[in-house]
Design a protein around this ligand. Structure first.
Ligand code: SF4
Ligand code: MG
Length: 307
């Protein structure tokens, strides 16, 4: 882009790729995708300054529908990939998008580490309480008693509660939205992306094909919205925990928020401190492994000033 033609105003269409979503009619993922387009437009983020990282599942197709950078990774590995992108490119806005199966089953081991480190990114889980892509098996967030392809007599599992889990592992921004309320969900995304640190959104996103219209009706009836007047910390952790019992419905809004240093900022501080003591930047160390650069693997171990 030349200086004279530099865009100052991004439109919603600037975030859309030319690929048409192939989700089933009525899928909640459409709502999440459209909310994300709206949020990026509101934030006026240049598409080339955003990277959307996904795992595997219906919802993980999302980066393909974005005109930003994107990466459709392997199952459950959104957070390590997103962490790598953020550490290598701190100026990029990193957004992870995936499903409940990807995040809370195979990927659950990665969540506590991204959350406790406070990686500056937004992680949106499209929570449809089922494995959609593999045709309707019980997922970690399926309600007890749910009849699915793998629970013909009703699930005997107790579901993972994403909000409670995120609060306990130290996420610094925890929110819930509903794919059927675009305005509210895109507002949450704006706040999550603006937050400096690990921001999580549990986006309730019905799977029309494997959970039927019944699920959409149930979720619609169960969601309720928190009264939020302030951008600041809305409540303490104890109050946040009181909001998360699914028996009383799904509280939607920013449930918890705290401000603390991000991992990438702390890392940069340490790196500067090390460099001030003469330790070479890590890129210089890697340079030594490039044949015909400084040399071979073997002489990578020889100090630079050795003859
Ligand atoms: Fe959406 Fe379910 Fe269809 Fe997957 S199977 S695209 S989650 S409605
Ligand atoms: Mg799912």
């Amino acid at each position: 882009m030349s200086g004279s033609t530099l865009k100052t105003k991004y439109k919603l269409k600037d975030y859309k790729s030319t690929v048409q979503p192939i989700w089933c009619p009525g899928c909640g993922n459409f709502g999440v995708l459209n909310a994300l387009y709206r949020a990026l437009e509101q934030l006026q983020l240049p598409p080339e300054k955003v990277a959307v990282i996904s795992g595997i599942g219906c919802s993980s197709r999302l980066p393909g529908y974005m005109a930003t950078y994107g990466f459709n990774g392997v199952h459950g590995r959104i957070l390590p990939l997103a962490t790598g992108v953020k550490m290598a490119h701190p100026d990029i806005t990193v957004i992870g998008t995936g499903g409940d199966g990807d995040g809370f089953s195979i990927g659950i081991g990665h969540i506590p580490h991204a959350a406790r480190r406070n990686i500056d990114m937004t992680y949106i889980v499209m929570d449809n309480e089922i494995y959609g892509l593999t045709k309707g098996q019980l997922s970690p967030t399926s309600p007890s008693g749910d009849v699915t392809k793998t629970s013909s007599y009703g699930s005997i599992d107790r579901p993972v509660e994403p909000i409670s889990f995120m609060l306990s592992v130290g996420a610094s921004f925890v929110a819930r939205g509903y794919a059927g309320n675009l305005k509210h969900l895109s507002g949450l995304m704006v706040r999550a992306i603006r937050h400096k640190g690990f921001a999580f959104i549990d986006a309730l996103s019905p799977c029309r094909t494997f959970c039927g219209l019944e699920q959409t009706k149930r979720l619609k009836a169960q969601v309720y919205y928190l009264d939020e007047e302030s951008e600041d910390n809305p409540r303490d952790k104890r109050e946040a925990r009181d909001l998360i019992t699914r028996e009383t419905g799904f509280a939607c809004g920013v449930i918890y928020k705290e401000v603390r240093p991000t991992y990438d900022a702390l890392y940069r501080e340490i790196r500067e401190k090390a460099q001030s003591k003469g330790i070479p930047p890590i890129a210089n160390i890697f340079q030594r492994y490039i044949p015909n650069g400084r040399g071979t693997m073997q002489n990578a171990l020889i100090p630079e000033n050795a003859s």
